[in-house]
Design a binder for this molecule. Structure first.
Ligand code: 48F
Length: 261
């Protein structure tokens, strides 16, 4: 037993000062990622591994997005061969179910992704809702952030702003950041119509194949990954198969890294 006398105020100081230092150091980023599902977490892992100053903002208390519940709450996820390799890279145990189909425990999948991204140096902020983007001279150049508890309570409290050279919309089906850009700016989106098209019904092979293709710089300074990429382009949903999400996050990270020079 140590002789240190536990002091309640010292515990408070440790939390406030440590969080404050991390937040202060995250006000000017290379990349701000909105959404902590598989695509956002994979992008965070690769960007941080490439030495980019990266922060991920997640509205919920728990990081992981749609991973936790696998399919209908059965906590198993499925990936194809390429996805399997990425899962093994982050230390996840993967089992072959049938040729070309691999399974992993969805809870361990979340844990492995968070650990990989965090250890690579990405900052992960939970309870952090991105409610808007910062736009200058036709380019997205940051995110506007509020505490999720303020959003949930519906309080009239102003947000803070965080500058980023690139923003990634990894918000999944609702594509929240893209909606803000469409509603509030004149910037055309790089979709077939210049507007958000909306996702199509279930078609796992076509949906999976199109996620990496649809992972693009959809507006200057703004990338879209994961399910948001398919929804933006009018592509199909794919259900609880996750390889495309991982490949999408990696593709965005690699391209942004190149563009940052
Ligand atoms: O939905 P989500 O897991 O997105 P994803 O990475 O993966 C999609 C799959 O989970 C699955 C699928 C096929 O495999 O279709 O659905 O594309 O994670 C999105 C995360 O973004 C958070 C949200 O809480 C979720 O955890 N999010 C959404 N809007 C905001 C946000 C926002 N405005 N600010 C912060 N976080």
């Amino acid at each position: 037993m140590s002789d240190t006398i536990i002091d309640e105020v010292m515990i408070s100081k440790a939390i406030i000062q440590t969080y404050h230092e991390i937040l202060m150091d995250s006000l000017d980023l290379d990349v701000a990622i909105v959404g902590g599902g598989p695509a956002g977490l994979m992008a965070a892992y690769y960007l941080a591994s490439l030495g980019r100053k990266t922060a991920l903002f997640e509205r919920k208390l728990s990081i992981g997005g749609g991973i936790w519940g696998g399919g209908i709450g059965y906590n198993v996820v499925v990936v194809q061969d390429e996805g399997r390799r990425l899962m093994e890279e982050i230390g996840l145990e993967v089992k072959e179910f049938a040729p070309g189909y691999f399974t992993a425990d969805s809870i361990q999948f979340v844990a492995a992704l968070i650990r990989a991204a965090g250890q690579a140096g990405a900052r992960i902020f939970n309870l952090s809702t991105v409610e808007d983007v910062m736009v200058k001279e036709g380019r997205v150049c940051g995110v506007v952030l509020n505490h999720s508890a303020i959003e949930v309570a519906g309080l009239h409290v102003d947000p803070i702003s965080i500058r980023a050279k690139y923003v990634i919309d990894a918000t999944g089906h609702p594509m929240e950041i893209l909606h803000k850009v469409q509603q509030k700016t004149d910037i055309p989106l790089a979709t077939p119509t210049g507007k958000l098209v909306g996702e199509r019904s279930m078609n796992a092979p076509l949906g999976e194949a199109s996620v990496p293709k649809n992972t693009i710089e959809i507006a200057p300074g703004l990338y879209v990954v994961g399910m948001a990429a398919n929804a933006a382009m009018g592509a199909f949903r794919m259900g609880p198969i996750f390889g495309g999400m991982l490949l999408s996050g990696r593709k965005a990270a690699r391209e942004i890294n190149e563009r940052l020079g």
